[in-house]
Write a protein that binds this ligand. Structure first.
Ligand SMILES: [Zn+2]
Length: 347
């Protein structure tokens, strides 16, 4: 079978489509046919900066963590059957689970000894067949079709909203999303589903990102300068507009960082008096999220099932067959979500 492999550390990493051994079936794992793989910034970062930890016993890793697959074989008593659509959680607990991992909150691992499929120390889902422990599988409603591959990225913003739902002063008030990439647009979708008046900022003047914002419907702004007023819930999804996100958060509102600060971004000097005034004096909440657990996958799946199918299709601007994988990793400022079809099977 074919798989997308990545080998090498630092800037010498090499992404290759190659023939690898079929996974050896086990008595406890699902055998899954890979249908689709979503590509995101984490994948591009691994290609640019190399593999931090390869799979056990070798110096390479199968790439990919945004998955959609079909069960080919399920062990008896697993609650899954052949034909079921599934996606897989990304993180696995540390070998000696910390308190959070032991409780199933893998995304909150305290000691950093976790592994992640396709990212850190475990093969990913960028293969035509792979094994998936049913404990880390999430069932996907066939009605979602190819959009089932969006469950993983949506799980990150579902986690952000889990926090904003508690912290934002006025549910259904004004929401600001910085960035109209896949994460930003999915964050905007969940804001819209909560009844917020949604505003989305990006740099482009037109194209699919702007169309998706307007179709939600939400208000598109080209550049933060064109924003007016403050917002009850703010999601920073660019890694570049943290300062703007802080200053646009209303009293009693909440800001959630969904992207890490870009390397080389201008941070300047932090005025602790201003931060204190914003947090305590203004009853604001600043938080941030990375990774996700089962509850976030389940929330994401529910959110996608209630979204307009055409809108979800509009997010997947680039869909390529596995043989043309290189196109999936080429930079394209107008593309939103890029998806690789792993087999010819219909979804
Ligand atoms: Zn842990």
């Amino acid at each position: 079978m074919h798989a997308l492999t990545i080998r090498g550390a630092d800037t010498g990493a090499q992404l290759t489509l190659e023939e690898v051994a079929e996974p050896a079936p086990t008595s406890q794992d699902l055998l899954v046919e890979g249908l689709a793989l979503g590509v995101c910034g984490t994948d591009r970062s691994i290609i640019a900066r190399g593999v931090r930890r390869s799979a056990p016993g070798r110096d390479w890793l199968i790439l990919g963590h945004e998955s959609l697959g079909r069960v080919l074989h399920a062990p008896p008593g697993s609650a899954y059957s052949p034909g079921d659509l599934v996606t897989g959680l990304v993180r696995r607990p540390d070998p000696q689970p910390c308190a959070n991992c032991a409780a199933g909150d893998l995304d909150l691992c305290e000691n950093g000894e976790y592994t992640e499929r396709g990212i850190l120390g475990q093969d990913g889902y960028g293969a035509q067949r792979y094994l998936l422990d049913p404990a880390y599988a999430v069932r996907v409603d066939p009605v979602l079709g190819l959009a089932g591959v969006l469950v993983e990225p949506t799980s990150i913003v579902a986690k952000a909203w889990e926090r904003l739902d508690v912290a934002a002063r006025r549910p259904g008030g004004r929401a600001l999303v910085l960035g109209a990439g896949p994460i930003g647009l999915l964050a905007a979708l969940l804001a819209h589903q909560r009844g917020y008046d949604v505003h989305v900022v990006d740099q482009v003047a037109d194209g699919p990102k702007v169309a998706q914002v307007r179709a939600l419907p939400a208000t598109y702004h080209q550049g933060v300068e064109s924003l007016a007023g403050e917002f009850d819930a703010v999601l920073e999804c660019t890694g570049e507009l943290v300062a703007a996100a802080v200053t646009r958060t209303a009293r009693g509102g909440a800001l959630c960082l969904v992207a890490g600060l870009h390397r080389g971004a201008e941070v300047g000097t932090v005025d602790l008096a201003a931060v204190s005034g914003a947090l305590m004096g203004g009853n604001r909440t600043f938080t941030g999220v990375v990774s996700s657990s089962r509850q976030h996958f389940e929330a994401a799946h529910s959110a996608l099932r209630t979204a307009a199918p055409d809108w979800l299709s509009g997010l997947m601007t680039t869909v390529v067959p596995l043989a043309k994988y290189a196109e999936a990793f080429a930079p394209d400022p107008h593309a939103i979500k890029t998806v690789i079809r792993l087999t010819d099977a219909a979804v």
